[in-house]
Write a protein that binds this ligand. Sequence first.
Ligand code: ACM
Length: 374
Amino acid sequence: MYKPSWKVGVLFSKTGPLAVIEETQLRGTLLAINEINEQGGIKGRPIKPVYYDPASDASAFGQYAKRMMVEDGVKTIFGCYSSSSRKSVVPVVERLNGLLWYPTVYEGFEFSTNVIYTGAAPNQNCVELCNFLMQHFGNRFYFVGTDYVYPRVSNRIVRDFVTSNGGKVVGEKYVKLTAQHHDYSPIMRDIKNVKPDVIFSTVVGKSTADFYQSYADFGLDPKLMPIASLTTTEAEIKAMGTDVGEGHITAAPYFEGIDNKASLAFTKRYKKRYGNEPTNTCVETAYFQVHMFAEALKKANSLCTDRLRANVLGIDYEAPQGNVSINLSHGHADVWTRVGRANRSGLFDVLYASNSAVVADPYLLSYGAKREFA
Ligand code: ACM
């Protein structure tokens, strides 16, 4: 007998300045959907993705989310990289009672009963990254970011940590999303002049390659003054060239090469489908959240947001990064903290790893500004 499919929305850009990372999230999402369908779907029904390309335009995310929900009959949406795109979709899913699954590191300080947040919140990466940088490089930080909500709020948080632990922010510069190599020259000149101990980057997308290339062209040395980031993954390192990326630092829940069964199986399947492309934290999160959704859907047997969400809260899953779970009280994932340094082959050597998933604390309630680092 004919069994109708479970229709879900997928919103990641294949074009525009954020495609370098969003396209990998699209791949992770489709890989997981494909795996579930190959195993017979959920209750014998396949998952069917409805996809639009928002072309890295934040407002297009909101418009397509609305179209999916009003015209295509979608209730659950996997999507969004930038916090601006998430902020464009949230009012839509709130008004129409949908569920957005958001698989990206973000700045925290948000809660919606219509969102499941599966990327890292600031307490799951910034805190340990600052700790690590201050121990190994020094406490004079220079911020460079793309000009939108994620970098602005992340820098406010990092500034609090740095200054309350005896450090200083010696520069803070923003560039547009489409910034090119030459846009970074005045910043590099200022960095050479100010001589910080570390650069904290919240630059995102295609422009990340221009930023790191400009740094290299100005003769700066990552062994002495690395760029540290939460958004420079294996995908951006590949785009800039592995020689340019070598020595720089990133904090993320997952890096390719983590030695466990789920991680090895994931990279094998990803490369079988997409060729010799590196995986990264964003594709891993996009991938595991679909599998989590499938577990919840099995129990709910419904895409109705209220029924589905009730089965998502508290769920856990053996993800490539390790065991992760969705926090009962606020719908953020408890994920791992890792700090890695890019090597010559474009992958990250892990220099710090938590012993288990770190409880998400999106409002930093347990980290007062005066908290001492370990
Ligand atoms: C981001 O905008 N949350 C990377």
